[in-house]
Design a binder for this molecule. Structure first.
Ligand code: JCF
Length: 688
């Protein structure tokens, strides 16, 4: 059992707990990938987690939080490149795979525009590269940034200045005061092959695919490295614009806009057209699909945009994607490989999930070596056996999965997967309760896999928030016996830590300092950190407010617990069970003895105000006087809830300045939008 396989959290949690677990895990991978530049899981596995979270959030919109990784357009910025806030957000595109989705898109557009004739579209390629925004002020390239999370990207100006096809000055006597051009940086196949040849000759790592090579080349701190990489760029859109100074107005259509870019010396791909209606769109898709292999660069589909810019504006946006555009993606790539083995992973609550170990296969632009099999039932349903030849499917941003087995290639030694009866990590019994899909290791904190997960949970940002304690360290601390329970963290000395892999004296001292600092926490964080099954952040907060002290909570009966907001017959016994275990009481006692403290005190029940109590609010934009926390406190004090995203269940959206997609969504769903004044009227300050 490797660290990687223990990392998976469990699938048998409540949806809320599962969503939280997924968010936490995805953020950790984001950090590893984008900040540390050291991915911890294959892209494919990451995509699977991401999709699972998306599916969960769409099934339970109330679980969606504003800070969920699904709410990001792209990736988190890497911390060592300077950050820039985009003058206009860089959006993503809605996408579709099926002809029917294209027909529906055209129908929605037609209806939205009240069109009486087929709608005209500008159609182009969907380049598989890295999105960039180039800022030209008075015709001079002053800034280049990656998309980042769509709001804030990384500044890569010196790097982009090395891309030969990107003009440093626009070719015009009368440049606009401001022109932000959006496009895709990419690497052509031939250049990619030559680059990899050079890498090989020098004994350096080769790049997996042109997209990674392009992204890696741009996100360099040293532009001299970028300069040696053969990057290209194609423009496809407009960001912020100020036409003063220019002798010409903005063109009326997208196609003309791109022509104008070309006139300014900006690189625009020639593979584009203007077509009409769904038939025109599908015709373009077919033509390009047939020619895909001959193109000198990778594309993962085509993009359709309503041609008339005024019509684009009228159609507007849905959440974070324009309603006037659609990315029509090529179907998922499939490849055959052999299922070498099925192993199991143990999550924090002991869930044991099977994982397919595959003979590595290159599909959809990455090498896939693992696929999650979710549970035993799924394996039976698909009749997957070890040593089978299987079809693995992966599209650009879709979960890699085992689509099916190839029955004709089943070898004589193919065998069925049997869920082990003992945990591969700790040898405790594995049980699967009747009616549950998930098998569990009964080892609890005796199981080092569960212990590691419990520790990671304890130190995560939303819990005790111990910075610098990642997975690799946790693995070592547990494996070397330095840490058995969270309580042991507080006794760690810099000298112990400095012996660990990848730990210098300085980082050891920093970590010890972070652990010291983390001792001052809040009751709700502490309760959440304990990792009680079914107790996510929201429940931890409810418990903290209701009981006011840890001792009161620990002494609460099932009946007492059932008094708490949202705590029902599943959660109450789970909490009781946790605090009944002598081991848990002992660990808690040690943690407190180590000096972990928080303020105690009940939070008075909210003074329920009609119009607010039981209502769900979403905050967006900057309010004139209240901070977000203050607004939230007011709403909660009056018995209302604050949610992170707008859905049909939202009662009010409170919009301030620079309100974004949430406002759009509210308008779309007909959710009432109020301003700060109205909010203050609904929930005036209460005596505290
Ligand atoms: O080629 C692309 N990857 C591509 C991405 C092309 C486009 O026309 C795009 C895009 C992302 C956003 N247009 C938008 C609005």
């Amino acid at each position: 059992m490797t660290g990687a396989s223990e990392r998976r959290t469990d699938l048998g949690l409540s949806p809320a707990a599962r969503a939280l677990a997924l968010r936490t895990e995805i953020e950790a991978h984001n950090y590893a990938y984008h900040v540390l530049d050291a991915p911890t899981i294959p892209d494919a596995e990451y995509d699977r987690l991401f999709r699972e979270l998306q599916a969960l959030e769409s099934l339970h919109p109330e679980l969606q939080t504003a800070d969920s990784p699904t709410q990001r357009v792209g990736a988190a910025p890497r911390s060592d490149l300077p950050k820039v806030r985009h003058a206009m957000p860089m959006l993503s595109l809605s996408n579709g795979f099926e002809d029917a989705e294209v027909v529906n898109f055209d129908r929605r557009v037609s209806e939205g525009l009240l069109a009486t004739r087929p709608v005209e579209y500008a159609v182009e390629l969907k380049f598989d590269g890295l999105a960039l925004s180039l800022r030209y002020e008075h015709g001079v390239l002053v800034q280049a940034a990656t998309r980042g999370d769509g709001e804030t990207g990384e500044e890569v100006t010196p790097n982009v200045r090395t891309i030969a096809v990107v003009p440093l000055r626009l070719q015009t006597e009368h440049p606009p005061a401001l022109l932000e051009v959006r496009g895709e940086a990419l690497m052509f196949h031939a250049d990619f092959a030559a680059l990899n040849r050079r890498q090989r000759e020098r004994g350096l790592d080769e790049f997996v695919n042109p997209r990674n090579a392009a992204a890696g080349s741009l996100r360099q701190l040293d532009p001299a490295i970028t300069a040696r990489r053969p990057l290209r760029f194609f423009c496809y859109g407009l960001g912020a614009f100020d036409g003063s100074g220019s002798e010409r107005a903005l063109p009326g259509t997208h196609a003309e806009l791109l022509d104008w870019f070309a006139c300014l010396g900006l690189p625009v791909c020639a593979e584009r057209a203007v077509v009409e209606g769904a038939q025109g769109l599908l015709g373009f898709f077919k033509t390009i699909a047939a020619r895909r292999a001959e193109l000198p660069y990778d594309i993962d589909g085509v993009v359709y945009k309503v041609n008339e810019l005024a019509a684009q504006e009228r159609l507007g946006f849905v959440s974070r994607a324009p309603r006037f555009a659609l990315a029509h993606k090529f179907p998922a790539e499939e490849a055959e490989t052999v299922l070498a083995d099925i192993e199991v992973q143990v999550g924090r609550t002991g869930a044991v999930t099977p994982v397919a170990r595959l003979v590595p296969v290159f599909v959809g632009g990455v090498t896939v070596t693992n696929a999650s099999l979710h549970n035993e039932e799924e394996i039976r349903r698909k009749d997957i056996r070890i040593h089978d030849t299987v079809v693995v499917r992966r599209a650009g941003d879709v979960i890699p999965q085992i689509a099916r087995v190839v029955p004709g290639k089943r070898p004589a030694n193919a065998r069925e997967f049997v869920m082990p009866t003992r945990c591969p990590v700790c040898d405790s019994e594995i049980v699967r309760l009747p009616g549950e899909a998930i098998a569990r290791c009964t080892g609890g904190l005796f199981c080092s896999a569960q212990r590691k997960q419990a520790l990671l949970h304890f130190v995560q940002r939303r819990a005790l928030d111990i910075e610098g304690l990642g997975e690799k360290l946790t693995d070592q601390l547990v494996d070397l016996g330095l840490v058995e329970t969270p309580a042991d963290l507080f006794g760690l000395q810099a000298a112990d830590l400095a012996k660990l892999d990848r730990m210098g004296e300085k980082s050891a001292a920093n970590l010890v300092a972070a652990i010291r600092t983390a001792r001052q926490t809040t009751l709700e964080r502490f309760i959440f950190a304990l990792g009680i099954r079914h107790v996510g952040e929201a429940t931890a907060k409810d418990l903290a407010r209701h009981f006011g002290s840890l001792d009161a909570l620990m002494a609460a009966s099932d009946a007492d617990l059932l008094q708490v907001n949202d705590i029902g017959p599943v959660v109450a016994p789970s909490i009781r069970h946790f605090f009944d275990a002598p081991h848990n009481r002992e660990v808690i006692q040690k943690i407190r003895a180590a000096g972990v403290t928080w303020a105690e005190g009940r939070v008075e029940r909210p003074v329920l105000l009609p119009g607010v109590a039981g209502k769900t609010f979403v905050l967006t934009g900057t309010l004139p006087t209240l901070t977000r926390d203050e607004a939230r406190a007011r709403i909660e004090a009056a018995g209302g809830k604050v949610a992170g995203s707008v859905s049909r269940k939202t009662d009010y959206v409170v919009a301030g300045e620079e309100a974004g997609s949430k406002l759009v969504k509210a308008q779309e769903l007909g959710v009432p939008v109020i301003d700060e004044g109205a909010l203050l009227a609904l929930c005036p300050a209460q005596p505290s």
